[in-house]
Design a protein. Structure first.
Length: 143
């Protein structure tokens, strides 16, 4: 794999905290995982009220988004419409459910975030929101 930059643990913890704050404010429970550009775990949190299955699913959504450089739902859609089973990737961590989003900075994927435990549309929205927030923060003018 080509050399590149990975998300740092401070940034990853910040994303997890942002999502956790939003979940807490909404009285919801979910699992949140942030991985590096290779799909390996950097930060994770399971909030109160989150089901146990969501732990692995959040990590796998983030893994999928990082490895394939697209949202996990895109891979799932391709699998359904093109008849390409996810098992063809040779790794059981690949999933096609929505809620995994790559984190892109300066055109480069530096990691991904996965959210699981809410309805799929809410998982997708939170993952996109968190991933985009890091990009916005990186491009904000310094005072």
């Amino acid at each position: 794999m080509p050399q590149g930059r990975d998300i740092g643990h401070v940034e990853a913890r910040g994303l997890v905290a942002m999502v956790a704050d939003r979940l807490h404010a909404d009285g919801q429970g979910a699992a949140v995982a942030v991985v590096d550009r290779h799909g390996e775990l950097v930060a994770f949190l399971r909030t109160d009220g989150c089901g146990l299955a969501s732990i692995t699913i959040a990590i796998n959504k983030a893994f999928t988004a990082a490895r394939e450089r697209v949202e996990s739902s895109v891979l799932g859609e391709r699998s359904r419409t093109e008849g390409f089973p996810l098992t063809n990737f040779g790794d059981s961590r690949y999933v096609g459910w929505g809620g995994g989003a790559p984190i892109v900075v300066d055109g480069e994927v530096i990691g991904a975030i996965g959210v699981s435990g809410l309805p799929e549309a809410a998982d997708i929205e939170l993952a996109r929101w968190a991933a985009a927030s890091l990009t916005r923060a990186r491009h904000s003018p310094r005072e």
